[in-house]
Every structure is written in structure tokens, then in C-alpha cells.
Write a protein that binds this ligand. Structure first.
Ligand code: AMP
Ligand code: MG
Length: 391
């Protein structure tokens, strides 16, 4: 049995990035930039008005001043107007500031009288003027290689005039759930059978990583059927199998993989839940064998499969989000495996929730964080610790 850290290191060591591709911005959400990007336009791109009002020379716009309106500057066209002391230009939000003007007075702070305005406030230089480049300068780095493409980053790229972006390759994942007792939801449940919750769990977890699910099928504990399912699955970049990776007579996954020429790099990791975790390679496909117990499947997915998918996609941060919390209770790990306990963060406090057993799916469904308790570690109630989240 190897440590969790060693397991993760070995998994990531054998995962390669896929080739990059260029996609429209509208298809980029959730992927990772394959290039560093620098600004080719400053933001704002030109000095412009932050308000509907009048462009003025601040020094001639004291309270009570009367200014002559010499023209109108709408947004979308530069009329190349110029003003001097005692003059104003009618201006609208986003319109270029006329030459000579150094401030905008809001419409609400003026009184219009024919072709003149009376200024009803003191106007400071720079007021309501958005200066060229004050937000972003030309040549400034805006996107790092491996950085996630979030909605606001996609908007920033559009502001630069880009229509598309170069991202990491599309990662295809096949899922196979095994077990004679496991029945797909929608079918009739006989005595001794359970519904398959892992296939859908893994499917949505893969999707949340930004990868594509090529297939999610169920396979009974029969060698021939498993061979067929694995042969279909290894056409994808990653194959995730759940159940059947342990030591029982019906746990056929490891032997079947070996018979297909798989190189098994890992079997059993010191992690609780999730000890009978398997990782190997068949041809170019990375194969993960996750335990059938739902909580074990969830934890091992987050700790091993998720970082592998993200690495393949070209992400630079493979870690789960972490957040500091105050522990509500004492927690200790007297076992020989790293323990991930399920809990709920409420108002900054982490409270363990549900049965801390690997089959307890209800408790898991009520949790929103995992606390990692290392072997031999004792954590006291009130202590501030960092927990892993996934939402
Ligand atoms: P296994 O890893 O095959 O020994 O299964 C361990 C436990 O997980 C058993 O109680 C199984 O019934 C359960 N299990 C296996 N596969 C699934 C699945 N796809 N959905 C829900 N529970 C499962
Ligand atoms: Mg089984």
C-alpha cells in the first residue's frame, strides 16, 4: 500500500497533456488557456465619459458658472470636437472626451437654458472621465497558460477583439460500473439488488471537470462482458471503472485488465475511504479502478481522477478549492490511512455529518466539504483548518 501523496504523484507522472485546439469564445467556458495572452488594446481604449452630461473645462466650471454648449458628442463616433474655457459639449456615456475638456458634469447637476447650461455644482478635474488605459494597459498579461476560462475572463478576451481562444485538448472519459447486484435506475429492483448511483455520480463529476463522457455503461461481474466493456472504454483518453477492484472472487477488474496487457501502476492507497484504488495504463488510455462504495468512489475521484483530467486539459492548478474553517468537534486519526471526513460548512464552522462510512451516500449528499486528517493527527475543536470543497 502506498501513501496518498505517492499515489497522486504516480498518477500525474503518467498523464500527458493533450494537443491544443482553438475554439470560439462561446465554447471556451470551463477549459484552460493553452497560451499566455497579453492585451492588444488598452482599457478603456480612449478617454470617455462615465455619465450622460456635459464635457467641460473644470477650471471654468465653478458652481453657478454659465457655459455655452458648442456641440454634441454621442457614443460610437468621434466628432473630434474641441472646447475652451466657458464652453461645454453635450456628451453621453461611453462617448470620446472632446479635446480641451478635462471633466464631465452630470446632466442632473446642470440647468439647460437654450444653448447654455448653468453648472449647479463644483467640478473637479478628471470627474466622470474614464482615462485610456486606467483599467488595463496595452501589452499587460491578461491570461496565463493553464488558467481557467471563467465567464469574466471570456468577456475580457472579447473586449480585446478576440473571437476565439486556444485551449487544451478535449478529454474523453468512458465510465464502466460493475457488479452483479447493480441495476440501472428505471429498471425493476429485485431482492438483493441496488440501483447504480456511481455511474451517474462519475458522469456528472467528469462533466464538472470540463471533460466529455463518451459512455457510461454497466457491466455484470463476468469476465467476457468486462473484457468487452474495457475494450470499448480504452478507446477514450481515460477509463474509469467502479466496483470489482477489491479482493473478492467477484472482483475481476484487476485480473481482466492484466489479461488485456494493462500495466498496473497502483493498487491500494493509504486513503480512507478508498483503499482498493487502482491505476494503470492500457495502450494510451489511463485506467482508474475506483471502489464500488459510493463515498470511496467520490473521494478517490476527487483526489486522483480529477487532477488527472485537469492535467490532461492543460490546467495549471490541479488542487481542489480549499477554505479555512473552525472545527466544531475534536477529530483524530488513529488508523494507518489518511482520513477524509465528510462534513458541512455552516457560517465558517465545519461540522462532520452523517455516518463516516464508505457506503453512506445520504450523509455524503448532505456534506459540502472534506476535512483531511493525516495518520496520527489530532485536531481540536475550535482549531482553524483548511478543508476541501468541490462546489
Ligand atoms: P465492490 O467494490 O464491487 O466490492 O463494491 C463495494 C460496495 O459498493 C458494495 O456494497 C456494492 O454493492 C456497492 N456498489 C458497487 N457498485 C456500485 C454502484 N455502481 N452504485 C452504488 N453502489 C455500488
Ligand atoms: Mg462488486
Amino acid at each position: 500500500m502506498i501513501s496518498e501523496e505517492e499515489g497522486r504523484r504516480r498518477v500525474l507522472q503518467s498523464i500527458d497533456l493533450l494537443g491544443e485546439r482553438t475554439v470560439p469564445l462561446s465554447s471556451a467556458l470551463g477549459s484552460f488557456s493553452a497560451r499566455e495572452v497579453v492585451a492588444r488594446l488598452p482599457l478603456p481604449t480612449f478617454d470617455n465619459s462615465a455619465m450622460d452630461g456635459y464635457a467641460v473645462v473644470a477650471s471654468s466650471s465653478t458652481k453657478g458658472a454659465r457655459l455655452k454648449v458648442i456641440g454634441e458628442q454621442p457614443a460610437g463616433i468621434d466628432r473630434e470636437l474641441r472646447i475652451s474655457h466657458g464652453e461645454a459639449v453635450r456628451i453621453f456615456t461611453g462617448a470620446p472626451i472632446p479635446a480641451g475638456a478635462d471633466a464631465v458634469v452630470m446632466q442632473e447637476d446642470t440647468t439647460r437654458e437654450g444653448d447654455e447650461i448653468v453648472v449647479n455644482v463644483e467640478v473637479d478635474p478628471g470627474e466622470f472621465v474614464r482615462r485610456r488605459g486606467c483599467d488595463l494597459t496595452e501589452g499587460q498579461k491578461i491570461l496565463a497558460r493553464g488558467e481557467p476560462l471563467q465567464p469574466t475572463m471570456i468577456a475580457l478576451l472579447a473586449s480585446q477583439g478576440f473571437t476565439d481562444v486556444t485551449i487544451g485538448g478535449e478529454v474523453n472519459v468512458a465510465i464502466v460500473s460493475t457488479g452483479d447486484e447493480v441495476v440501472m435506475p428505471g429498471k425493476k429492483l429485485d431482492q438483493g439488488q441496488i440501483y447504480d448511483s456511481n455511474a451517474i455520480l462519475l458522469q456528472v463529476l467528469v462533466q464538472r471537470c470540463g471533460a466529455s463522457v463518451t459512455s457510461a455503461e454497466h457491466c455484470p461481474d463476468q469476465r467476457e462482458r468486462l473484457i468487452e466493456a474495457i475494450q470499448r472504454g480504452i478507446k477514450s483518453d481515460i477509463l474509469v471503472i467502479t466496483g470489482g477492484v477489491s479482493v473478492g472472487e467477484h472482483d475481476l477488474v484487476q485480473a481482466t485488465l492484466r489479461s488485456l496487457g494493462a500495466k498496473i501502476d497502483i493498487w491500494r492507497v493509504a486513503i480512507k475511504p478508498g483503499k482498493p484504488f487502482l491505476f494503470g495504463q492500457v495502450n494510451t488510455c489511463a485506467v482508474f479502478g475506483l471502489p464500488g462504495n459510493p463515498v470511496s468512489a467520490f473521494v478517490t475521484f476527487l483526489q486522483f481522477v480529477r487532477p488527472a483530467i485537469l492535467k490532461m486539459m492543460g490546467a495549471n492548478n490541479l488542487d481542489l478549492p480549499k477554505t479555512p474553517v473552525r472545527l466544531a468537534v475534536d477529530l483524530a486519526n488513529e488508523g494507518d490511512r489518511t482520513h477524509y471526513m465528510r462534513g458541512r460548512i455552516d457560517n465558517g464552522t465545519f461540522v462532520p455529518i452523517g455516518r463516516q462510512e464508505s457506503h453512506a451516500l445520504f450523509g455524503l449528499s448532505q456534506s459540502n466539504a472534506l476535512v483531511r486528517v493525516a495518520v496520527g493527527e489530532s485536531l481540536e475543536a475550535g482549531a482553524i483548518v483548511e478543508v476541501h470543497t468541490w462546489d
